[in-house]
Design a protein around this ligand. Structure first.
Ligand SMILES: Nc1ncnc2c1ncn2[C@@H]1O[C@H](COP(=O)(O)OP(=O)(O)OP(=O)(O)O)[C@@H](O)[C@H]1O
Ligand SMILES: [Mg+2]
Length: 366
C-alpha cells in the first residue's frame, strides 16, 4: 500500500450490488451477481436475450425483490432481504424498454415531472434537456404527436431531469435509427458524465457496449462471466462464447499432444493441457491474412503468422467499411471467414492462402 492510498481512502462505489440472486419457477435467473460502479462511470451489462439483465436492473430499481444479496448506494445499504428502501426514495433514474410517457401531459410537463423548485428553474432545465435530445420544437406538443423514437428521447430527458445519482438504462436507444442513435447516445453519455452519475446500461449490442462503457460486464445464464474495460474483454475473452459475442469467429478443433495443438495453420501452445484433450483454437475474421496463390504455393511460415493453409473463395460481400470473404478449406472442407478493409471481392472459386495472427488466437477447452 502506498502512502497516498493510506491518506486518501477510495470513496465507496456509488452503486454496489453484492451476490444478488433471484429465482423464477425454481430457476436461478440471476445467480450471484456482484457489481461496483463509481460515480461518473458507465458499466454495460451485456448478454444474450433472457440472461437476466432486466431482472438485475429491476432489483436495483426496487420493483423486483431479490431472494438474497444486498444493494448499497454510496456505501449505505438500501436493500437486503429484510431492510428495503422503497423505489421512489432510491434517487435512481430509470429508462426502461417499456417506458411510457404521460399521454395527457405535454412534452415539457413530462420532462418536468420529477422536478421540484421554482418554475423558471424547472423550465430552464426542461429546455436544456430537450435541446440535448433535439426535440426543442416539440416542447408544447403531446406524446401522441411524436414518433416512437421521439417519445423515447422525451423519456430519456425525463429520466435525466432530476439529476439522479444512479441511472439504470435498459436498452434505452433501441427505438432509434442508426444515425440518430449515435448522436443521442453521445449526448446522453456526456450529460451523465457531467453530472457524475453512475450508469448501469443494459444492452445486447456489443458495439453499443464498446462505445459507451467504461466497463463491460458480460452476462450469461444469470451469471457475470467476465468483467473489465472494453479493450480487455475484447482482447482477452474468457471463453469461446465471449469471443463470439463481439464478432464472427473461426474455430479449429484439435487434440493436444505434448502441450501442443496441431492444426493446418501450424501448432499452437496449450501449456498445462493434458494429452488427448480436445481444444478449440478461436480467432476473429479480421485476424486472418490472405495471400494469392503463387504457382501452387503460399507464403512461407513465420513465427508470427504460422503456416499458410489453402482455401477456395465461396462468397465475398462488401459491407461498407470492409469486405467479408468466405473460404472452403482444402484440409477438411470447413468454412473460414476473413475480413479485409475496404473493397476486396475475389471471384468465387479463386484459390488463396490463409494465415492467422498467432497472438490473436485463443485456445479454449472444447
Ligand atoms: N416475472 C417473471 N416470472 C417468471 N419468469 C420471469 C419473470 N421475469 C423474468 N423471467 C424470466 O427470467 C429470465 C431473464 O429475464 P430478463 O428479462 O432478466 O432477461 P434479459 O436478459 O433482460 O433479456 P432481454 O435481452 O430479452 O430483455 C427469462 O427467462 C424470463 O423468462
Ligand atoms: Mg431485458
Amino acid at each position: 500500500m502506498t502512502p497516498h492510498s493510506l491518506s486518501q481512502p477510495v470513496p465507496a462505489p456509488r452503486l454496489e450490488i453484492r451476490n444478488l440472486v433471484r429465482h423464477f419457477e425454481g430457476r436461478a435467473v440471476v445467480d450471484d451477481v456482484s457489481l461496483r460502479i463509481q460515480a461518473g462511470q458507465v458499466t454495460c451489462l451485456l448478454g444474450p436475450s433472457g440472461c437476466g439483465k432486466s431482472t438485475t436492473l429491476r432489483m436495483i430499481a426496487g420493483v423486483e425483490m431479490q431472494d438474497s444479496g444486498e444493494i448499497y448506494v454510496d456505501g449505505k445499504l438500501i436493500c437486503d432481504t429484510v431492510f428495503r428502501v422503497p423505489p421512489e426514495r432510491r434517487e435512481i433514474g430509470l429508462m426502461f424498454q417499456d417506458f411510457a410517457l404521460f399521454p395527457h401531459l405535454s412534452v415539457a410537463e413530462n420532462v418536468a415531472f420529477g422536478l421540484n423548485g421554482p418554475r423558471e428553474e424547472k423550465r430552464a432545465r426542461v429546455e436544456e434537456l430537450l435541446e440535448r435530445v433535439h426535440l426543442t420544437r416539440f416542447i408544447d406538443g403531446y406524446p401522441h404527436q411524436l414518433s416512437g423514437g421521439e417519445q423515447q428521447r422525451v423519456a430519456l430527458a425525463r429520466a435525466l431531469a432530476p439529476r439522479p445519482r444512479i441511472m439504470l438504462m435498459d436498452e434505452p436507444f433501441s427505438g432509434l435509427d442508426n444515425r440518430l442513435r449515435d448522436g443521442v447516445r453521445d449526448e446522453t453519455l456526456s450529460l451523465l458524465k457531467e453530472e457524475d452519475t453512475a450508469v448501469l446500461l443494459v444492452t445486447h449490442e456489443p458495439e453499443e457496449a464498446m462505445r459507451m462503457a467504461d466497463e463491460i460486464a458480460l452476462m450469461r445464464g444469470g451469471k457475470i462471466v467476465q468483467q473489465g474495460a472494453p479493450y480487455n474483454v475484447y482482447t482477452r475473452p474468457v471463453d469461446r462464447a465471449a469471443v463470439a459475442f463481439f464478432s464472427d469467429t473461426n474455430v479449429l478443433r484439435s487434440t493436444v499432444q505434448g502441450a501442443l495443438a496441431q492444426t493446418p495453420f501450424g501448432q499452437f501452445l496449450a501449456p498445462g493441457v493434458p494429452d488427448g484433450t480436445e481444444v478449440d483454437i478461436v480467432f476473429r475474421p479480421q485476424h486472418v491474412r490472405l495471400d494469392f496463390d503463387r504457382q501452387g504455393g503460399g507464403p512461407l511460415p513465420t513465427p508470427s503468422d504460422g503456416v499458410a493453409a489453402r482455401g477456395v473463395v465461396t462468397r465475398a460481400r462488401f459491407l461498407g467499411h470492409e469486405s467479408l470473404v468466405e473460404f472452403r478449406m482444402d484440409h477438411d472442407g470447413s468454412v473460414l471467414k476473413a475480413t479485409v478493409p475496404n473493397v476486396f471481392l475475389p471471384e468465387e472459386g479463386r484459390v488463396m492462402w490463409l494465415t492467422v495472427r498467432r497472438n490473436r488466437c485463443f485456445v479454449f477447452p472444447a
